[in-house]
Design a protein around this ligand. Structure first.
Ligand code: ADP
Length: 499
């Protein structure tokens, strides 16, 4: 039975709050913003129909306070909550409490969230379906002797992972048996302090893989489709910085195969809503299930650009109880899309956050450029939250056009006052292993960190200097004027790359 949503409270901040408000407004649905004292000047507070301050800056006293948020829903008569990503978006208790209070949670049910939120529970649920897994164990290990036996069996290097992990935390690569005990101890204590749960497991560490994920969408009537894949292999600290859709290296047959595997993962937990199934892909294009994220992803816009769908509107449609308005065979890929995450970070200093005031902030415009941001010139980047300023997205008829547009848009984008990931992104878009599609999750380690610092910094300084001035016209590809010499890259990916 379907029930029209009248008013959505967005339990989030920044660009994703703006993103949800925009789709809700187009659907004629009212919106309520919540904000902490650190965000009182944020655009999302002004953009919503109503806004309520929910507490001091630390997130456990504001954006993570379940009871406060449910209380604001009741006081403002919001009949639905959109959790965005991060914060409470993968909190099964929050989903459950919303349901108990008669508020529609725009996302899957609590059961699917709790299964997929635990990497071990997810592996065991998915193993009943025909989905390839990374070789390893599907149970928690706390005994070093047992871990050693497992590692010897699967072969080094291995990865020790926190079962409750997220955000790249609690992961340790072990190259040889002698290091296992010490690394396991560290992983367990990191898992305990970050997630309150010391459980870890051991799996094969896939060398130089790609991270390829599939967007899926399911309704409450059992229909599940895949909306193609995203390549999110450009990462630092196991966390994404650049994403593209579709992948430059999959064939049509492989696309279908990985898409269908993702649908099976979603079926294993009777999933509904928008979700993402993540895979690790080795050099021979074998893919292995990593985890499922039970929410909208930061990088969802690249999927929107190539499918023409508005994923937030689809989420709302599903939450209202309506069937999906399309079938698998209706979905087609149109062109190519790239996203860069603009973080207030210093790429030259291990990507450490660089907090401060946005002294200049001028957004790029023009054909095929989309900017999802949550800041304005003069605002401070608060220290309390993730330092992402914006997501810059381009779309082109071809991959080459999407890349050229991205380079042009980054040239136009003017940010001063904080260091950002933009010069790093220019470096990537000028690099042969990105251009030929052969890049892997090791890009930063193998290319960016190893490139002669002087040459990178002269690239970066030039990009930063150019970005600081008003660029009224195309100035050419800054990075290519100063190409960094790189070692030849030998990889199977190259053979398969399509521009
Ligand atoms: P989290 O939930 O902390 O983000 P994930 O399991 O999604 O952790 O993994 C994050 C990243 O870590 C992946 O995108 C990949 O770069 C790397 N990774 C995870 N598992 C493996 C593995 N078995 N082999 C190699 N790299 C891995």
């Amino acid at each position: 039975m379907s029930k029209k949503i009248q008013k959505i409270l967005i339990a989030n901040r920044g660009e994703i709050a703006m993103r949800v408000i925009r789709s809700a407004r187009e659907l004629g649905i009212s919106t309520v913003a919540v904000y902490s004292e650190a965000d009182k000047l944020s655009p999302h507070v002004r953009a919503a129909d109503e806004a309520v301050c929910i507490g001091p800056p630390p997130s456990d006293q504001s954006y993570l306070d379940i009871d406060k948020i449910i209380d604001v829903c009741q006081r403002t008569e919001a009949d639905a909550v959109h959790p965005g990503y991060g914060f409470l978006s993968e909190n099964a208790l929050f989903a459950e409490k919303c349901k108990e209070a008669g508020i529609t949670f725009i996302g899957p049910d609590a059961k699917a969230i709790s299964i997929m939120g635990d990497k071990l529970a997810a592996k065991s649920t998915v193993s009943q379906y025909d989905v390839p897994m990374v070789p390893g164990v599907d149970h928690a290990v706390s005994d070093v002797g047992e871990a050693k036996k497992i590692a010897d069996k699967i072969g080094y290097p291995v990865l020790i992972k926190a079962s409750a992990g997220g955000g790249g935390k609690g992961m340790r690569v072990v190259e040889q048996g002698d290091d296992l005990a010490s690394q396991m101890e560290r992983a367990m204590s990191e898992a305990q302090s970050s997630f309150g749960n010391p459980a870890v497991f051991v799996e094969k560490y896939v060398s130089s893989p790609k991270h390829i994920e599939v967007q899926i969408m399911g309704d409450q009537h059992g229909n599940i489709v895949y909306l193609f894949e995203r390549d999110c292999s450009i990462q630092r600290r196991h966390q994404k910085v650049i994403e593209e859709a579709p992948s430059a290296i999959l064939t049509e047959a492989q696309r279908k195969q990985i898409g269908e595997a993702a649908v099976n993962v979603a079926k294993s937990c009777s999933y509904f809503g928008a979700g993402t199934v993540e895979f690790i892909v080795d050099q021979d294009l074998n893919f292995y299930f990593l985890e499922m994220n039970t929410r909208l992803q930061v990088e969802h816009p690249v999927t929107e650009e190539i499918t023409g769908l508005d994923l937030v509107k689809e989420q709302i449609n599903i939450a209202e109880g309506n069937p999906l308005s399309f079938k698998q065979e209706d979905l087609k890929i149109n062109g190519h899309s790239i996203e860069v995450r603009v973080y207030a970070e210093d790429p030259q200093n291990n990507f450490l956050p660089d907090i401060g005031k946005l002294q200049t902030y001028k957004a790029p415009l023009g054909p095929g450029v989309r900017l999802d941001d949550g800041f304005e010139q003069g605002m401070d980047i608060p220290i309390y939250y993730d330092p992402m300023i914006a997501k810059l997205i381009t779309h082109g008829a071809t991959r080459a056009e999407a890349i050229a547009r991205m380079q042009r848009a980054i040239d136009e984008y003017q940010i001063t006052g904080v260091k950002t990931t933009l010069p790093f992104c220019q470096y990537v878009f000028d690099h042969e292993v990105f251009l030929d599609g052969s890049y892997t999750t090791k890009f930063v380690e193998e290319h960016f960190s190893k490139a002669p610092t002087q040459e990178i910094s002269s690239d970066i300084e030039q990009v930063a200097a150019l970005s600081a001035f008003a660029l009224s016209e195309r100035v050419g590809n800054v990075a290519s004027a100063n190409t960094v010499t790189n070692q030849a890259v030998k990889s199977n990916w190259k053979k398969r790359a399509k521009y």
